[in-house]
Design a binder for this molecule. Sequence first.
Ligand SMILES: Cc1cc2nc3c(=O)[nH]c(=O)nc-3n(C[C@H](O)[C@H](O)[C@H](O)COP(=O)(O)OP(=O)(O)OC[C@H]3O[C@@H](n4cnc5c(N)ncnc54)[C@H](O)[C@@H]3O)c2cc1C
Length: 479
Amino acid sequence: MAPSIVWFRRNLRLDDNVPLDAALRGHESVVPVLVLDDQERDEDVSPPRLRFLAESLRELEGELAARGSRLLVRCGPAGPALAALARETGADTVYGHDDHEPHGRALAREVEAALAPQGTRLRLLPDLHLVPPASLRTDAGRLYTVFTPFLKRWREADKAAPRPTPPRVPTPDAVLARTFLSIPLSRPRVLRATGAPANPPGGAREARRLWDRFRRTALVRYAGDRDLPAAPGTSRLSPHLRFGTLGVRRLLAEARDAWKEADAAGRASIDVFVSELAWREFYASILAEHPRVLTQSFRPEFDRFPWVAEEEAEERFRAWRDGRTGYPIVDAGMRQLAHEGWMHNRVRMIVASFLTKHLLVDWRRGEALFRARLADGDPASNNGGWQWSAGCGTDAQPFFRVFNPVLQGERFDPDGAYVRRWVPELSAWKGAGRNLHAPWRAPSPPVDYPAPVVDHAEARARALAAFDAIRGAAGAPRR
Ligand SMILES: Cc1cc2nc3c(=O)[nH]c(=O)nc-3n(C[C@H](O)[C@H](O)[C@H](O)COP(=O)(O)OP(=O)(O)OC[C@H]3O[C@@H](n4cnc5c(N)ncnc54)[C@H](O)[C@@H]3O)c2cc1C
């Protein structure tokens, strides 16, 4: 019987892996491969992400070896690389995961075109989400563009059970031979990126560790704690969901088990956690159906928005990027991002709102910086989060609701632990009193911390005037 190829991309695990499971059920032996050209060719791929990828691949290689197999690594482009591997091994089918991202879809078309002439089949299976992106439709057949009705349908939708971890991964002897071509993981330059010590570590074992700890402790308090950036209140699984070092079906099944054991408040928290997974799937659906959002505002009138002109934008952008806006919660978030390659969700919303509404800098610049710095950088969720924060996306925070960074700080970081952790000028400041989130109000502000780059009230008024301009231009009623 012909072997099959399992093409690993953003599902870097053996447990709950749909393509691997399907390949093992349908074939006596499989050839696991990763093609290097895809996840790491973007010039702006962040060092934390490359480090995460390299660590996850090393672990996957070890896990496959422990099950009698081998992870082959080949150079792209993926089409010719997979076609050649199929000819070398006699494989008749390539299994991989379905992709909702424009890049992944183009890749799938290229691979199919390369395999078809030689009679090799490509089977792409839903693996990255609980419900395939863009599959849930309204009665009129339209995509949901408002989250609440989407969530209702998403909760009702059938979801597959997790697939088991295979005890063995039978692989042809010829592929296991040392002479069979595979690039050592230590060789590609991109996989040698070291990132920084504080970046999230990769690998399925780390995902399991994080999830077990979160499930035992914070999950049942998630509804209350998830908005407090100083608390260990969220799972930190986002890079693992991005690279697939934890299966989403496994995550849901174990969250449901925890729900059965929890009291009423715990159950409510677990429901909120599951609804966050649905946000991820909502944004994946939006990207699948409307790939234009990667470059354009979902609400077209925002593409006429009077973002600040380039020169001024540059200066403001730099203050924001470097965590020197003079607003402690904004600066703490941007410094956490630079240091860890991760930022708490509440603070992501605050800093994104600040860049777009206080500084009137185009959301696409913020989105690009996040992409270049986040370990969990995900085109759909990043774009969705930015467009939501800027007020131009689906189901967005209305533009005229402008977060006040001082009040946000006081509400979500009431004792200032988060700000003090990330902004050393403020942690050393003795005269903070009740002014930690608005240092300029103190009788003696810290000397080494910047004054605010904009005044909140003025910035808000300017943002609303800019918004009124596009509302008027669109012929829509003014606020
Ligand atoms: C401006 C902005 C940019 C963002 N960029 C990204 C990004 O590039 N990649 C990314 O994974 N998330 C992004 N998010 C969503 C969210 O901030 C992160 O998923 C979350 O902070 C990750 O932390 P966690 O794993 O501890 O989340 P938890 O609170 O533990 O949630 C569990 C999982 O649910 C998903 N999730 C939670 N909140 C959201 C959300 N609002 N939107 C989509 N999925 C969500 C994530 O996969 C997350 O790992 C962005 C949000 C904003 C406002």
